[in-house]
Design a protein. Structure first.
Length: 225
C-alpha cells in the first residue's frame, strides 16, 4: 500500500481501545495509507473487514459515513490510518483502522458480445496506464478524455465455451458522445472467474484495445486459479 502523510485532528479516537487485542506497536493518526481492496461484510457471521491487494486485512473501528457507503464484495480504493495491530495466530498483517475516505471501484464480469450489443458497447479509444492481476481480478488504470457524460467500459469475449488459448478479450469503451474536453482517469476491475477451464489450473488470455493515438494495445496474461 502507498503511504501518505497528512495532518488530522486527533480528537478522542483512541478511547475505543479499551479491551481490544492490540499489541505494543505505536501508530499515529497523522499517517495514512492508500490501497485497493475488497470489502467483506457478513452480518450473520459478524464479519466486517477489507482484504487489501497486498494481503493486509483492515478492520474498521467504527461504522461511520464511509463504511455505510459500501456492501459485501465491493471493490474499493481506501485511505486509512492504522490505529493498532489486531493479534492473530498466524501473525499476518491485520490492523484496526480509521477510514479517512473510501471510493468504490467499478467491478464487473466479462461480457459475451453479440451483434445486438455492438452499438451500446462502443469502440472508442482509451489508454491503459497500468494493469495488474490479484486473484481472480484483472485491474486497469485507464486514461481517456471526456466532459460531463457517463462513459461505459467493458471487457468482452466472443460467445461460447473456451476452446483455444490465449482467450481474446477486448477492452471496449463507449464515450457516449461526450466532448473530449478534459483528460480523465479511471480504475476498473474485471472478474476473470468465467475464464476457468475444467481440468486446468490456469488460462492464458490476451487483452486488445485501441489507444488514444490510434495504436493497437495488447496485453497477454495468465489467470491462475
Amino acid at each position: 500500500m502507498k503511504k501518505l502523510v497528512f495532518y488530522l485532528m486527533m480528537g478522542a479516537m483512541l478511547s475505543f481501545l479499551t479491551g481490544c487485542d492490540l499489541d505494543d506497536d505505536e501508530y499515529s493518526l497523522n499517517d495514512a495509507w492508500v490501497g485497493y481492496g475488497l470489502v467483506q461484510k457478513d452480518a450473520d457471521a459478524g464479519l466486517s473487514q477489507i482484504v487489501m491487494d497486498d494481503n493486509e486485512i483492515l478492520f474498521p473501528v467504527s461504522t461511520d459515513y464511509w463504511w455505510h457507503q459500501v456492501k459485501d464484495n465491493d471493490r474499493v480504493l481506501v485511505n486509512f490510518s492504522i490505529i493498532g495491530n489486531k493479534n492473530n495466530e498466524n501473525h499476518n498483517e491485520h490492523y484496526y483502522v480509521k477510514i479517512n475516505s473510501l471510493r468504490k471501484i467499478l467491478y464487473k464480469g466479462i461480457l459475451e458480445i453479440t451483434p445486438e450489443m455492438e452499438d451500446s458497447i462502443g469502440n472508442d479509444p482509451i489508454d491503459v496506464k497500468d494493469k495488474w492481476i490479484k486473484n481472480n481480478m484483472l485491474n486497469f488504470e485507464l486514461r481517456y478524455r471526456g466532459g460531463s457524460k457517463i462513459h461505459f467500459i467493458n471487457l468482452v469475449k466472443q460467445p461460447g465455451a473456451i476452446t483455444t488459448e490465449p482467450v481474446i478479450l477486448e477492452l471496449r469503451h463507449n464515450n457516449n458522445d461526450d466532448p473530449d474536453n478534459i483528460p480523465m482517469l479511471a480504475v476498473v476491475t474485471f472478474d476473470l472467474s468465467t475464464l476457468k477451464i475444467e481440468g486446468k489450473t490456469s488460462t492464458q488470455f490476451k487483452v486488445i484495445a485501441k489507444d488514444l493515438d490510434g495504436e493497437d494495445f495488447e496485453y497477454t496474461g495468465e489467470y491462475k486459479y
